[in-house]
Structure formats: structure tokens, C-alpha cells
Design a protein around this ligand. Structure first.
Ligand SMILES: [Zn+2]
Length: 269
């Protein structure tokens, strides 16, 4: 994959917080993210599922890697770590509770911890469900967050290790983030997710508009990343499993049960 996409976020009251987020398509439909302070030569990488696109990007842009950040242990998010460490002596940040399954996490992260990355605060939020050790990485000053495979644009990750109540609780940690937060997820599944959302929320006009946009972006090779939390809150069924309309569609009594039934439906959609 040769193309990258850069987005600039600048908090008006704090220009120091300006970050570049470079989106690197990798493997079949993964995204690797590279964060760089504007004007700086230092960068960090999130979830390098393969090393080559990252190494090429560093070389082409004259950037120096200063850390590797991991959202969860799956191979398509960590397989590039070993090769990157051969050429870059940098720390690896990952969830302390899943250290045994992560490659060399020499900077173990606890739930709720705030650590400094590129001079900005990064808040660690434990979001079990896709895997029991999944975390999301929230940069409050830059108003961005990295979801790994816990939440996708208009969808969520498969529930490989958690139960419905556990993963529903993780969804509620996401909805509690500031609504203007821009969410970056680990795969390009937006159009398929929007088709499922249209199926379970047929009266939602915004869902249909987003589906049309995602189809057009897919044809043009433009990632459907990031997605604003405010948009997800009204179009992502997995964040609305406690809404009466959705509970009625799947005949559930509460949010956790509805979430589990939606997830099972999506698995077979
Ligand atoms: Zn995964």
C-alpha cells in the first residue's frame, strides 16, 4: 500500500496540541496509525500489524520512531513489532493485564493511567470484550482516541473473549468520552457495518447517508477514518443497545442483552 492520509487536529486554545495522524493501510483491511507532533521529527506507531509500511513511511518522511503502542494482542496488530524493534530501540506500551500475550511490553499500562506520549497526555481505558486485555488510547488534548478492534466506524469488534454484559460496559466507556472525540479504528469495515445498521435501524436517515458516503470512499480508496463520536452515537447500533427501538427489534429486556443479540445477528449478517 502506497498511499497515506493525514489529518490535522488543532485545539484552538492550545495550538501546542496539534497532532498529525497518518493512516497506513496494511494487510487485508487493517489500519496502522502513526502520530507526529506538527513540525516534529519524532513519531509513535499504534498497532503495527506489519513492519514494512511503517519502515517505509519513516524513511520517506525522515521521521524517528520513539514508541510502539498496542491496543490488543491479535497478530494483525502486533506482528510488525519484532522487526521494528530490530531497527528502532524504542519502548512498547501495552496493557499490563495482558503482558503475557503482548510482544515485549516494557511499558505496562494500567486501566485509567495517563502517560505522556509526544508531550501529550494519553489516557488508557480498559475495554474488554473483543479480547479481555483490550484497551483504547485517548488523547484528550488532541480530541482523538484509538479503538483497536473494540469499536469500528458504525460497528464493533467480534466478541471473542468477553461476554455481552462485559463488552456492553466497554461500549458505555466509549459513549462517556467527549462527543467531539474523533475515533480511529483498526479495520476498514465501515460500509459493511453501515449495511447492518440500516438493517436494524431502517428509519435512520443519517445511517443511509453515511452508507452512501462510505461506498463512495471505498471506491475512491479513501479510509472511512476517523469517525466523530457524536456521529457514532446516533448511527452505531452497538452504542445504542439500550434504546427502546433497538431492544424491540431484537426482543431484549436490557442493554446488555440487546448488545449480545445485535452482535450475534451481525456475526451472521
Ligand atoms: Zn483484534
Amino acid at each position: 500500500m502506497s498511499h497515506t492520509h493525514s489529518y490535522i487536529f488543532s485545539q484552538q486554545e492550545n495550538a501546542e496540541a496539534t497532532l498529525l495522524v497518518h493512516i497506513l493501510p496494511a494487510l487485508k483491511d487493517n489500519y496502522i496509525y502513526i502520530l507526529q507532533r506538527q513540525g516534529g521529527k519524532e513519531c509513535v506507531v499504534i498497532d503495527p500489524g506489519e513492519a514494512a509500511p511503517v519502515a517505509d513511511f519513516l524513511c520517506e518522511n525522515g521521521l524517528r520512531l520513539s514508541a510502539i503502542l498496542l491496543t490488543h494482542h491479535h497478530w494483525d496488530h502486533v506482528n510488525g513489532v519484532a522487526a521494528l524493534l530490530r531497527d528502532n530501540a524504542v519502548p512498547v506500551y501495552g496493557f499490563a493485564g495482558d503482558a503475557a500475550r503482548l510482544p515485549r511490553p516494557d511499558k505496562p499500562l494500567e486501566d485509567g493511567a495517563v502517560v505522556e506520549i509526544l508531550g501529550l497526555d494519553m489516557q488508557v481505558i480498559h475495554v474488554p470484550g473483543h479480547t479481555l486485555g483490550a484497551i483504547l488510547l485517548h488523547f484528550p488534548q488532541a480530541q482523538i482516541a484509538f479503538m483497536g478492534d473494540t469499536l469500528f466506524t458504525m460497528g464493533c469488534g467480534r466478541m471473542f473473549e468477553g461476554t455481552a454484559p462485559v463488552m456492553w460496559q466497554s461500549m458505555q466507556k466509549i459513549t462517556a468520552l467527549p462527543q467531539e472525540t474523533m475515533l480511529y479504528s483498526g479495520h476498514e469495515y465501515a460500509a459493511a457495518n453501515a449495511q447492518f445498521a440500516r438493517h436494524v435501524m431502517p428509519g435512520n436517515a443519517l445511517v443511509r447517508r453515511r452508507l452512501a458516503l462510505f461506498d463512495a470512499n471505498d471506491k475512491a480508496g479513501i479510509p472511512n477514518q476517523p469517525s466523530r463520536l457524536a456521529d457514532e452515537l446516533v448511527t452505531n447500533p452497538f452504542l445504542q443497545a439500550d434504546e427502546a427501538d433497538l431492544m424491540q427489534v431484537v426482543r431484549a429486556e436490557n442493554g446488555a442483552e440487546c448488545f449480545g443479540k445485535l452482535r450475534a445477528m451481525k456475526d451472521n449478517f
